[in-house]
Design a protein around this ligand. Sequence first.
Ligand code: ZN
Length: 168
Amino acid sequence: MTETAPCSETLHYAPCPWCGKRSDSPINHLLNQSLVTTWYCHECGESFDLKFDGTGKLWTAKVLDRRCDKILVLLRYGSMGLIVEGSSIAGNPGQQRYFYEEHACPTNFMRHIKVIIDLKDGNIDPHGIFRFIGTVPYTEKIEDCNLTQEDIGKIIGPGGFDVPASSV
Ligand SMILES: [Zn+2]
């Protein structure tokens, strides 16, 4: 055995000037930059500006009349329904359909799935709704969502994209 020191990492967060809760994401990567950016509080939905001067100091300022609230979004693919956690920026309710149908990569919002529903019978615990294709060794490239169509073809293998018409 080799004696070793435990690993540690310090994460810094911005306090929300409205409710005092910490930001959802760490700000370590911003502490040495000089910039002003607007963030939304995941707890209270209010918005605030964060100012960094490049020395590690942080200033906050409330931003009025802009909110971002958590919402549940209902989506459908064939006979499969999904409820995913999303957010709604006040004043832009018409943007939701565009965001989920055209703008956003489904890989990004699929990781926020709360419920999968078989819409044929309303089953919210639809065991068997998916068909198993196969497995491959895990690689960090997959975690980074940095795959090309060719990469996916290598992973899935011949015939992996063959989808029976009745399954969609
Ligand atoms: Zn807050």
